[in-house]
Design a protein around this ligand. Structure first.
Ligand SMILES: Nc1ncnc2c1ncn2[C@@H]1O[C@H](COP(=O)(O)OP(=O)(O)OP(=O)(O)O)[C@@H](O)[C@H]1O
Ligand SMILES: [Mn+2]
Length: 268
């Protein structure tokens, strides 16, 4: 019978890269000699040569790992088919778990790029996603609902749009992520137009009719006017558009006039 350490050493062998998630300095130093070491953390406090920035602390370890791997794929630290040993903390602040992960092409979801290369704060993008996912899962009073969120570069977005109705957020200072705002966003999503949200998450307007130029947008055929307007506004401005489709239930994100992410809220 083999000992636990023999089994574990087998488990940790034949890996192409070792990922340390937010390691303490001491813990990192004990790995320093190891090849293909990648640190994934909000900041590179240990001065690791290979570093992937984690713009948010994902509470869910699975999300944290997928995100770190996607970031590493983007900078070609790992590739499809590689095996990564991920060392992270599940229960407390210290690294307590080793997770073996096979790097797959499907991990290149676009989420990493969306969070790290958007103008808006990553936590604002996350909060808007959460509202969209919840709306997509539950709908509005059981019926499927669509919604269009334009996040970041709000001044320019306002210049390229007009109001369809009175703006319920006029003079208010509410931010996405506030529980009351999530309720309001869900309620107002029944009505026409787009939500405009600033880089820092302030609700600037609801009921905006977007009037971007439509030329040069590269949006898959079959999507309607909500998606077209959402996509096009991101070409004319530095905003990110997050669109929940009423007809197919998917959430799509657009940046620079391009579709960069498509997810099914039921999978979240
Ligand atoms: N330029 C625009 N600016 C803001 N909102 C718009 C704009 N054009 C359409 N919408 C919104 O999109 C809604 C749905 O329109 P449409 O069905 O053509 O879009 P779609 O892309 O097919 O979206 P869905 O998949 O949700 O049906 C409209 O009722 C309106 O609220
Ligand atoms: Mn439609």
């Amino acid at each position: 019978m083999s000992s636990l350490s023999a089994v574990l050493s087998e488990f940790a062998s034949d890996v192409d890269a070792v990922f340390l998630f937010s390691p303490s300095r001491g813990f990192y130093e004990s790995f320093e000699e190891i090849e293909n070491l990648v640190v994934v953390a909000p900041e590179n406090a240990v001065d690791a040569p290979e570093f992937v920035e984690l713009p948010l602390e994902f509470d869910n370890v699975r999300d944290r790992i997928r995100f770190g791997i996607e970031g590493a794929m983007g900078s070609e630290i790992v590739d499809e088919g590689d095996t990564a040993a991920c060392i992270a903390s599940v229960f407390d602040d210290d690294s307590d778990s080793l997770i073996r992960v096979r790097v797959e092409e499907s991990m290149r979801s676009g989420i990493y790029d969306l969070f790290t290369n958007s103008r808006a704060d990553p936590s604002v993008i996350r909060d808007v996603f959460e509202v969209a996912i919840e709306l997509g899962k539950k709908g509005q009073k059981g019926k499927p609902v669509g919604a269009l969120f334009v996040v970041g570069d709000a001044g320019k977005v306002m210049n390229k749009s007009r109001p369809l109705s009175y703006n319920p957020f006029e003079k208010s200072h509410v931010h996405v992520g506030d529980p009351i705002v999530n309720v309001m966003l869900k309620e107002f999503s029944r009505l026409d137009g787009a939500f405009v949200i600033s880089d820092s998450g302030k609700l600037v307007s609801a009921y905006r009719y977007l009037e971007p130029g439509a030329e040069g947008v590269d949006i898959p055929k079959g999507l309607g006017t909500r998606h077209m307007a959402g996509g096009a506004i991101t070409r004319d401005t530095n905003a990110t558009a997050i669109v929940l489709s009423e007809s197919d239930g998917l959430i799509r994100a657009f940046k620079g006039g391009k579709l960069i992410l498509e997810i099914d809220p039921e999978e979240y």
